[in-house]
Design a protein around this ligand. Structure first.
Ligand code: TRP
Length: 337
């Protein structure tokens, strides 16, 4: 449908790694250039607060993520790239939605339930809410405001975020039931085809496991990390299985089908792990080399990144400012005469 509006956010904790690239950044960059789609991308720095990050890390992560998207060629003319905290209408809408969201709905959020469960398991029995902030608890309402503020109809997210988008839909439905058809109901879009990469130790690549390969690691560091990827103990010359090979999965996520087929043959022929690591390093290094130069340039010129974000915020607010007026009016927050 021509009128679909796509929106997705990325929490500003951490440095973009190759798992983020393959799973989220690369498809977003491609979509940003698709002129048949209206796309909003934002840096969710208010969400980062819920993770208790330190201030310098939040701002550094904002710079790194924005620089990564720009360096990789995000089309910021065709799509809108902004920082959540530059749009004051978002926290305003958050409060409005908080006022009409059932507490019971938040009790059911997987992320909250997991935190309570962890407390019960580690013996904090007398306080199941130990260490749980209101930000963690109300996280889905802020996320609903992010989505509803821009009338998004499609929200591309990972599986773990599906429930949050469904909650945004529930919240919007309830709002509309009371105040008329003001909010647009969003749908999650989950792409089951995008690869989930394993990290250095073979578990899912994730900053919480500390097993990531930063997307723009300098060449030497990149090589060093790739050399650390876990393999089995098969010797050179022994045929190797591509299933459950982190090296293979990463290679495949970057390479063309023909190149992948050639590497499959090398596995069958018993390629040495050291050789395969070198092949992978060279491939990734060539693939991201040009973007890495631009990324480094942007990191050294944060004012350029800031200017892009300000441009995006102005465009985002062209939508948010009039819409919040309409929302305020609908709920009775109005000028008197
Ligand atoms: N919660 C999302 C995550 O951790 C990030 C996010 C915040 C988001 N607001 C959003 C994603 C709105 C999509 C739409 O991945």
């Amino acid at each position: 449908m021509a009128d679909e509006i796509y929106l997705t956010g990325i929490t500003t904790t951490g440095t973009p790694h190759i798992g983020n690239y393959v799973g989220a950044i690369r498809p977003s960059i491609a979509a940003s250039r698709d002129v048949s789609k209206k796309n909003f991308y934002f840096l969710a720095d208010f969400h980062a607060l819920a993770k208790n990050e330190d201030p310098d890390k939040i701002s550094q992560s904002t710079l790194e993520i924005a620089a990564a998207w720009l360096a990789l060629g995000m089309d910021t003319e065709n799509s809108v790239l902004y920082r959540q905290s530059d749009i004051p209408e978002i926290p305003e809408l958050t409060w409005i939605l908080t006022s009409m969201t059932a507490k019971g709905l938040m009790n059911r959020a997987h992320s909250y339930k997991a935190a309570v469960q962890a407390n019960l398991e580690n013996g904090s029995d007398n306080d199941p809410d130990k260490g749980i902030t209101m930000a963690l608890y109300s996280y889905p309402i802020l996320m609903a405001a992010d989505i509803l503020m821009f009338r998004a109809t499609k929200v591309p997210v990972g599986r773990d975020q599906k429930q949050h988008v469904e909650m945004a839909r529930d919240i919007a439905q309830r709002f509309n039931h009371h105040f008329g058809e003001v909010l647009v109901l969003p749908e999650p879009v989950i792409d089951d085809h995008t690869a989930t990469l394993a990290g250095l130790d073979g578990r899912k690549m994730s900053k919480s496991y500390n097993n990531t390969i930063p997307l723009f690691a300098p060449e030497k560091k990149l090589r060093k990390l790739i050399m650390k990827i876990k393999t089995n103990s098969l010797e050179p010359g022994e045929p190797k299985d591509t299933a459950d090979s982190t090296l293979f999965d990463i290679y495949k996520a970057f390479a063309t089908p023909e190149e992948t087929a050639a590497v499959e043959q090398q596995y069958a022929d018993g390629v040495a792990w050291g050789t395969m690591k070198q092949t992978l390093f060279e491939y990734i290094n060539d693939h991201i080399g040009p973007a890495r130069e631009e990324y480094e340039r942007l990191l050294a010129s944060p004012a350029d990144v800031e200017a892009e974000l300000q441009k995006g915020a102005a465009r985002a607010r062209e939508v948010a400012v009039p819409y919040i007026k309409q929302i305020r009016h609908a709920i009775g927050i109005r000028k008197l005469g």
